[in-house]
Design a protein around this ligand. Structure first.
Ligand code: GLP
Length: 244
């Protein structure tokens, strides 16, 4: 795991985009993409560049169950707004929140991942250490499945909704097993709210209690954090990190 500490999310987004460009120069064709506030600056950097993504495929991590693609709270809508409407891709995949049969949908999405092996996966992290919607307790070998959201995630995501009651209780999420098959992974985190999760991920035990800890000790993982998210790391971790 390589840790990079930046001054802010704008710098981090640029760094992440540099890594994407390198991967593309080395033949990457499939990007695993994430939603949430964390990757927004990276998408801005992509949109403001002259890089052509029209031969690229994207596979997103997750979607809320029951959410229509044209609902502004849906992850499909988020991706269209922040990236795909401005930078067209060849193919873009997001789980279908409106699927009538959850088993069929998760099966379909696992096939999408099998057919489009992910060259570079971008991740955020939840305050409780979740990745995608793989909440604490998620098995490390899981594939795409329908998952209940924890109260902590519902509370954290309530800021995007008028009312906490409107936050969906379930999501389709790529499993940790599928995420870990990606050739490279970038995880970003910003702000003090993420400092405990980042410390646990880098310095704590590898445990399903903190799903992102599965990334520890993996050479193909780059973690890009701002100073606030890095604020609880030990001096040893800070010394080992690269200051951008
Ligand atoms: N499913 C998403 C995750 O993919 C994301 O990493 C996390 C953090 O969100 P934010 O980046 O807004 O802090 O929130 C959601 O739960």
């Amino acid at each position: 795991m390589h840790v990079i500490v930046t001054n802010n999310d704008t710098e981090a987004g640029k760094k992440a985009f540099e890594i994407i460009k390198d991967a593309m120069a080395n033949g990457a064709k499939v990007l695993g993409l994430a939603t949430g506030s964390t990757p927004v600056k990276m998408y801005e950097a992509m949109v403001n560049s002259d890089v052509d993504f029209s031969q690229m495929t994207s596979v997103n991590l997750d979607e809320y169950v029951g959410m229509a693609p044209d609902n502004p709270q849906s992850y499909r809508y988020f991706m269209q707004e922040h990236l795909f409407n401005k930078k067209p891709f060849k193919n873009t995949y997001v789980p279908n929140g409106l699927a009538e049969d959850a088993d069929a949908e998760t099966k379909r999405y696992n096939q999408v991942i099998a057919d489009n092996p992910i060259d570079l996966q971008v991740l955020g992290i939840g305050r409780n250490g979740h990745i995608g919607f793989n909440e604490p307790g998620s098995p490390f070998d899981a594939q795409t499945r329908k998952v209940p959201l924890t109260q902590s995630t519902i509370d954290a995501n309530a800021r995007f909704f008028k009312d906490e009651n409107e936050v969906p209780r379930y999501a389709y999420s790529m499993g940790i097993g599928s995420i870990m098959k990606s050739k490279k992974i970038i995880l970003m985190a910003f702000g003090e709210d993420k400092a405990d999760a980042i410390k646990g991920m880098i310095e704590g035990p590898v445990t399903t209690d903190l799903p992102a800890s599965v990334l520890q000790d993996k050479d193909n993982v780059t973690v890009i954090v701002d100073k606030a998210a890095a604020s609880k790391l030990s001096q040893k971790s800070i010394d080992e990190a690269i200051n951008a």
